[in-house]
Design a protein around this ligand. Structure first.
Ligand SMILES: Cc1cc2nc3c(=O)[nH]c(=O)nc-3n(C[C@H](O)[C@H](O)[C@H](O)COP(=O)(O)OP(=O)(O)OC[C@H]3O[C@@H](n4cnc5c(N)ncnc54)[C@H](O)[C@@H]3O)c2cc1C
Length: 500
């Protein structure tokens, strides 16, 4: 027997649940199918282990889009807290404020290295690589070789698992907009002198510099649990343990037949007029029948995976950072989250601390396949080396693996996505791609939500009035198109933006 719904949503992450919440609020039929058997939230879920709560990476709630912020407040009106933001970089046994403060960086690096950095910058300015093609060349042109190797190379290579020579220069240009060492020094001096906090009324909000952020008191999962509960209260359906692996379009009836597999091997079938998909593009296209020609392009899309080792310790050693970037090449860990600093409610026992050691990896590689015991042993050894807590104080631990945490922006991804998009929009106008892996866009919750919000508008209007591909990385959407979005972005980045 097959179930019928007007709109079928694949995935109960921020994008899928935003769509389902809004459609059900309008009284429209909607069913969400989520492959996870236990919880909603996708990459923005909150994991619970023996009462300790933690994120898949810490999730700040910040958006320039008022519509997104209003929706957060509507779904979770009473549970946001304001958190001070502090993050530092750990390199060569020393901590650096992030974004950098010039005098502190000078002191930590020492006069000799600092002078060498400036000299290497001046050399790069005088002898730039013409038409930089990769991340290394682009950053070297803007900052000099010396600073590239200290503050960019190791962390970037940990995150992406490939040489900075193989990462597209476009990625650097998008992420480190308009910044060079001169601008960084001016900003860093201001920050050292405490002049960096004030912002002219109406001036641009610089995301990397914001000093506080909002956070649900029990983590981002709280937002998405609430969205799912409200969707159901409004008449929508949210089903866990349903892995969608087949979508067939019937050109005569105009209906989709969607099939989902459950953990016990059983199958369910749904028919729907519209399908909204937040599933990874590679998997979605592979599941569509008739098989799209762009399956070849979708197969070429790559992902970077991620795992967190949460170490719970009985320790009075505390530090104020929400997270610390670990640039130091002597350890594999890329970032350490300090969950008490995100919200005290994440830690049920005041005498304990919970740190999340984040490792970037590829599904199937040595780290990903290592046993949980080996990963905990590695994390304990590395946290001891960094010195944030004493490994002997660790009383409990938990490993969480997150496949496809990052859609990879390699040289060809944009062309592949353009081909997939063109074919799907032409042949399947009632199939709507939304969200992070759903559109292969390396962006935050607010972007995922905005693409879902506009899609709901399109379904209501019965046309593709809004082009969701025009939502920019700050979740801003302008019908005027990219030039308008870029104008809005023009003065946005003054400092390198770290990956989320
Ligand atoms: C380390 C890290 C830190 C981050 N930090 C922040 C931050 O500070 N602030 C912020 O706003 N954002 C942050 N993000 C980004 C945020 O997690 C994502 O933007 C957001 O979760 C994307 O929502 P989504 O619904 O598009 O996708 P997802 O969260 O990936 O959800 C997709 C859902 O679809 C399900 N699914 C997939 N395929 C199928 C299928 N075939 N059948 C059924 N279900 C399926 C998945 O199980 C998942 O639940 C961070 C991300 C990472 C990796």
């Amino acid at each position: 027997m097959s179930h019928h719904t007007e709109t079928l949503v694949i995935g109960a992450g921020p994008a899928g649940l935003t769509a389902a919440y809004l459609l059900s609020k309008q009284g429209r039929g909607v069913t969400v199918l989520e492959s996870d058997a236990n919880q909603v939230g996708g990459i923005s879920r909150t994991v619970s282990h023996n009462g300790y709560l933690f994120d898949i990476g810490g999730h700040r709630f910040f958006s320039k889009s008022k519509a997104v912020v209003d929706l957060w407040d509507e779904i979770l009106p009473d549970d946001f807290i304001d958190r001070p933001r502090l993050s530092r970089i750990y390199y060569n046994g020393k901590y650096y404020a992030y974004p950098l403060k010039a005098f502190e960086a000078l002191k930590n690096l020492g006069l000799g290295t600092s002078v060498a950095c400036v000299a290497s910058y001046l050399f790069a300015r005088a002898n730039p690589v013409k038409e930089p093609k990769n991340f290394h060349e682009w950053v070297r042109n803007q900052f000099g070789e010396r600073l590239f190797s200290i503050f960019f190379k190791t962390y970037t290579e940990k995150v992406w698992g490939m040489s900075c020579d193989a990462i597209s220069a476009d990625w650097a240009a998008q992420r480190i907009k308009g910044l060079d060492l001169g601008a960084a020094i001016r900003d860093g001096v201001k920050r050292s002198l405490g002049l960096g906090k004030r912002r002219k009324a109406g001036g641009p909000v610089i995301k990397t510099l914001i000093e506080s952020f909002r956070y649900p008191r029990r983590g981002p999962g709280m937002m998405w649990e609430a969205a799912a509960a409200k969707t159901v209260a409004q008449g929508g359906k949210v089903h866990l343990d349903r892995m969608v692996d087949s979508l067939c379009f019937d050109g005569v009836t105009g209906l989709w037949t969607v099939s989902a597999r459950r953990g016990d091997g059983s199958r369910e079938t749904y028919t729907a007029k519209h399908v909204i998909s937040s599933a990874p593009v590679r998997e979605l296209v592979n599941a569509i029948r008739p098989r799209p020609l762009s399956t070849f392009n979708a197969r070429a899309l790559a992902y970077r995976d991620f795992l967190t080792v949460a170490l719970i310790a009985k320790s009075d050693k505390t530090f104020p950072d929400n997270w610390i970037y670990i640039h130091d090449p002597s350890v594999k860990v890329g970032r350490v989250q300090n969950f008490r600093s995100w919200s005290p409610e994440m830690i049920p026992d005041e005498t304990h601390t919970c740190l999340g050691l984040e490792y970037f990896c590829f599904e199937g590689d040595g780290l990903w396949n290592a046993s949980d015991d080996d990963l905990v042993a590695l994390a304990k050894a590395e946290i001891g080396k960094i010195g944030l807590i004493d490994p002997a104080d660790v009383v409990d631990a938990c490993v969480v693996r997150q496949p496809k945490a990052y859609p990879v922006y390699d040289e060809d991804y944009a062309a592949h996505i353009a081909t997939v998009r063109r074919e799907l929009e032409r042949d399947y106008p009632t199939l709507h791609l939304v969200g992070r892996n759903g559109m292969h866009k390396y962006n935050n919750q607010d972007h995922a939500m905005m693409t879902a919000m506009l899609t709901v508008e399109n379904i209501r209007a019965g046309t593709r009035r809004h082009d969701v591909w025009r939502v920019n990385e700050d979740a801003e959407y302008t019908e005027a198109g990219l030039s308008g979005a870029q104008e809005a972005l023009g003065s946005e980045r003054l400092v390198p933006r770290k990956v989320a």
